[in-house]
Design a protein around this ligand. Sequence first.
Ligand code: GLU
Ligand code: MG
Length: 627
Amino acid sequence: MGLLSLGTPLHWNEAKEYADHVHKHGILQFLNIYNSQKDQKKQRLLWGDEIEYLVVKFNDKEKSTKLSLRAFDILEKLTKPETDYVEGLTDKAPDALWRPEYGRYMIEGTPGQPYGSTFRDLIQVEANMKLRRKLAHDAMDPDEHAVSLVNYPRLGCPHELYPDYEPKGSACQSLFVPDEIINPHARFPTLTANIRRRRGSKVKINMPIFHDNNTPKPFIDPTIPWDRDLFKHDKEAKEGAALPDHIYMDAMAFGMGCCCLQLTFQACCIDEARRLYDQLAPVTPLMLALSANSPIYRGYLADVDARWNVISASVDDRPPEERGEEPLKNSRFVINKSRYDSIDSYLSNDATYKAKYDDIDLVYDKDIYNTLRENDIDEKLAKHIAHLFIRDPLVIFKELLDVDDKLSSDHFENLQSTNWQTMRFKPPPPNSSIGWRVEFRSMEVQMSDFENAAFSVFIVLLTRAILSFGLNFYIPISKVDANLQTAHKRDAVLNEKFYFRKHVFNNRSKTDTEKEEDEDAYELMTMDEIENGFPGFVPLIHSYLNSTNIDIETRCKLSSYISLISKRASGELMTGAAYLRKFVQNHPAYKQDSVVSSEITYDLVKRADQIAKGEYHPVELLGNFSA
Ligand code: GLU
Ligand code: MG
């Protein structure tokens, strides 16, 4: 989730006084990095994945589960090999790196070393993911398990935490979750409280309920404590924050407590990173739809399959003026999106980019933009950074206000790492040997490591195909936004259409272009057409593989990964979301009323764990590949 700094975090009232300081020094830090690293070249691709897990405690006797708030004890054990290695106590490099996440019930694991560019590297991914899961489990109590569900189905329902706490914390002031659910590191409760303070109200998350045969219409949630009167924000639910026919959630944990699968790529140079950023941006919504795995929130089946909008609303710190609901008086900008959202502009200067693709009116800080331009940052990059910097720093540590801008990137990272967008362009850390990177952030974590490996490898191979064939996926960026919303819909993969470019090869011959009025034409396509059509992602990846030297065994393994994605797109296999929804609907205890009870939750989480461990193999989800 990004940067962890230590010190005394400031209350928003004080922090806002230093926003300019952080902005100003953040830009100086960026300029220092840019100037020292802009010509840096790396010989080879490095990449890595991040998987976030829930820690779930099972009670098999009572057939119940709870979210375990012991992530910190577990992480202490998990990080020991890394700490020992860093401190020189051992020569053995760690197999995995572990980090805390927003939820006190979450852990995040990455491979111990980045993967390289060889095919051999690609077939190690699944094994490393499996090893990570085992390491995680070994560091837990025997009844705890690392479950890679996006969202704990009953997060925010009473008595679902271990240990149990009443929902009455001052940081989130939630009607449903206690502050103890938040990572206790000072950064996280402060982030939570400062989002609320800056916004002037609690965050407001409403996901449409899935109306089943016995779901009341309208659905007015009987489990909301409508009349609670503990905090001033308690009235919000009653005063309209909680919408009828929706699952209402009121805390950052509902979003940032979700788990994802992210990939980071180190490019050979800054220009390649910028090109990958642009080409992968239109891919992010498509992969959200294909990886969709979160149809349940706060004990109810939702009418969406994916988490993105939940997280987006869960960290939306914009006060009414920034949201455009009141005239600007104290705020500087009307901002079209939350900090956690899709990107608003492309970044590359290569020949295939055209200004018309950037059809969103970009909000950016003009002063910062001018400073960057005066310092020889090109227009696109200057706008990109000046756009990230329309946000205020939310967590400021008093002790870390004055730092050496040549040695530190803390202030830059403060803004960079709290712009949680579908793609992230990552400059190297100061004075390091790391290159220019991009992060692919939209995908939902999958129940099994076969699936997590498949999604990861698929995107890695797609980046190779993009670079070696010079593919062009540009469409107007507003259409990428539209696709992101479409991706949330129930069974979007099967029933919806997504904007995609008709011609993905550059350098088309003159006759081709003459025949076609518009070489930049795009149209609505099914997921099957985009992935499996001609030339869809799947055939493109296969042509790329055909153009390389690759042994049979490796080829088979990679093909099974590609096939999984291909079959999800064609509907031959189910998405995780479809599988989970069906699991609930077929459960003997389900009353067709959208309610996902504790009993159903136990069986569902158990099933997810069995799938992860290979103890259960649902062919409709996984096909016959990993058997
Ligand atoms: N857990 C968040 C998600 O599901 C991402 C947090 C992070 O940036 O690591 O997208
Ligand atoms: Mg994370």
